[in-house]
Design a protein. Sequence first.
Length: 194
Amino acid sequence: ATGINKIYDGTTTATVNLSDDRVSGDVVTFSSTANFSDKNVGTGKAVSVTAIAINGGSDADNYVVTGMTASATADITARALTVSATGINKVYDGTIAATVTLSDNRVSGDALTTSYTSAAFADKNVGTGKTVSVSGISISGADAGNYTFNTTTSTTADITARALTVSATGVNKVYDGTTAATVTLSDNRVSGDV
């Protein structure tokens, strides 16, 4: 048996090419079951081949299989994990800070945790469908070593207008025969906004 390399798929299933010492020109086909010792990424991993049997070919009746097992080696290479982000809308707060949720295309059942260090809008202002850049993506967990992954991505989200409360403080005056008044206004704007 000669093992065939594969990309990590979360299973121990292996594929091999079988060779034999048949008479040159004879047509014989085989079936077998092949498995890696575990599902994880690695090079030169042992492959066990069992249940080798003749399953067809015009010359099959001229042969018996003398060995029903074999061994080989092959590699399991890392799977490309695509980490995507979904932006979360926010109310204007005067900063470009953003929040996202991450998702990915991991093999079903694998133990992975994704995280990021930074998510930011291009600017602080109100708008819809604004680009959010996400960086510092990392993965951890028992199956993390079986994947390569992107460390940045982008998404979109909205910044909606903030409710500004304008308050008035009355200014006392000396009687002048009119109802005209003067007030000073204040509000709860984000600090530093003009």
